[in-house]
Write a protein that binds this ligand. Sequence first.
Ligand code: ATP
Ligand code: MG
Length: 469
Amino acid sequence: MLSETVDEMGLEAYIVGGYVRDMILERPSKDVDVVVVSNVEFMEKTGKANPGIELAMAFTKRLGKGAHCSYFKNFGTAQVKWHGEEVEFVGARKESYTRDSRKPIVEDGTLDDDQKRRDFTINAMALCLNASRFGELVDPFDGIYDLEDGIISTPLDPDITFSDDPLRMMRCVRFATQLKFTIEEETFAALERNKERIKIISQERIIDELNKIMKAPNPSIGFVELQRCGLLELILPEVSALDIVEERNGRKHKNNFYHTLEVLDNVAKNSDNLWLRWGALLHDIGKPKSKRWDPLVGWTFHNHNYLGMRMVKPLFHRMKLPLDERLKYVEKLVDLHMRPINIADEEVTDSAVRRLLFEAGDDIDDLMLLCEADITSKNEQRKRGFRENYQLVRQKLVDIEEKDRIRNFQPPVDGDEIMQIFGLTPCKEVGILKTALKDAILDGEVPNDHEPALSFIMEKAKTMGLEVK
Ligand code: ATP
Ligand code: MG
């Protein structure tokens, strides 16, 4: 139907970009982009300068009920939506850039001009919509061969492509990660040369691409490339700084960057949760700051979980990541990621498990996923030992939750009740009693029920010299 509309209007139109790429790769694709090439006859006949909008409106009319068209005159673009499908129309464009902005000067252009302004050869292929050439592939940069060979390369000189719009550097790594493609050598060299230009790109756009890398099945691919070309140091120095191995007296510590990526991929195998993946990426960022050399035990990273947790908020703030409960969740994962392993390393006591459950609350399952992903030891026996102990921790978590309901702990005697019994207003004593009760329950000394909790409070209050009112 679209094809007929194009022909009737005397225009020339192509499906371009991501949709063509994904169709050939047999990958699901969300949006269809159509480029419309105008001609003198169309302009003279109609006097209209926006062939994309004109075609979109005619197509909407033809679709009839349920179709909706919206357009932006300033950009010469239009969207047609019907039954959840979306097609975007735009006139063929030619773009030229100035040095300090990624906003180009745009003019009308030919299909070829339009393909030249696209980021990668695999994104620059066009399929003709006109009936006489229907389905013909127009591929001036041999994108089809790069698709077959799994290669990301730019249609023009990569230095120009990246310098014109540095966001394309992030897109380059993102496509390499999503498609598991290799970045062509010259293109990669241009990433290294142009990396500083990323500074003119807004944080929102950078994080958008970074999150697409994070959501890929193997996010590590992207982080290895970002590190290799030097972009990671500019956008996520905290993670980039993990890529170091120091040796003293013949003792090396592990490379925490590659360890982190292994943990990230392990987590990605088991969960789609983007924020759990962020937790994995950041779980060890406190290590460089906490690193010490101890002549007796070698390298230590004491408290790296706490130091790391403290780094998450400034990082989220700078990266324009959300500062709501998602930040809290990532902080909690980083903070608690050593707890299960410490518990599993020693005897698994009820009290330690109860405290872990209390602090992790509903995020306990995600924390356990992260901690299990964190076992990247090359020593199979050690690995097995940890796994078995984790099984024990998991079993205890289930048993204790069933018995004591700690996950969403609400004290069986609360502050209001304490104040009422002893005729108190909010004061230090109320806090002391509440904390003592919580500790006693978490240590398993008092059951998590009203009656025994009340007796405990009464006794404790007596030792403090409080009297019932
Ligand atoms: P996806 O939709 O999976 O993100 P896509 O390739 O469709 O991938 P879009 O951002 O939807 O990406 O863009 C559609 C097309 O527009 C691309 O295939 C590419 O041809 C072109 N394009 C998008 N952004 C740029 C850019 N920054 N520079 C050059 N061309 C771009
Ligand atoms: Mg798209």
